[in-house]
Design a protein. Structure first.
Length: 101
């Protein structure tokens, strides 16, 4: 069995409230599952950026909006560990969507 490590960090009350809101919108059953999915999504973004792709969304009219985050600047120079593990799988269950603002 793999060794398990506990990770602790502090967040402001505002960030904790935002985290709880995002968790409640997700289909994750636990914070651990939520965090693992966040890591998977971030790894997918890193792989796309490292391969020269743009990451973003398309509006209904076809307008592309690229994701802009300072943490993603210069990603093209980074080697991503375990590249084959970065596969986004569809959610198994559906929850009622809530507005994120």
């Amino acid at each position: 069995m793999a060794k398990v490590k506990r990770i602790n960090f502090e967040l402001s009350e505002l960030k904790v409230a935002e985290l709880k809101q995002l968790f409640n919108i997700s289909c994750c059953a636990t914070l651990k599952e939520f965090f693992i999915n966040l890591m998977l999504l971030y790894k997918w973004v890193l792989l796309k950026k490292a391969s020269g792709k743009k990451v973003g969304c398309l509006d209904e009219d076809g307008t592309f909006h690229e994701l802009e985050m300072p943490i993603l600047d210069g990603i093209d120079k980074v080697e991503i560990p375990n590249k084959t593990e970065a596969v986004v799988k569809p959610f198994q269950k559906k929850r009622v969507a809530a507005a994120v603002g």
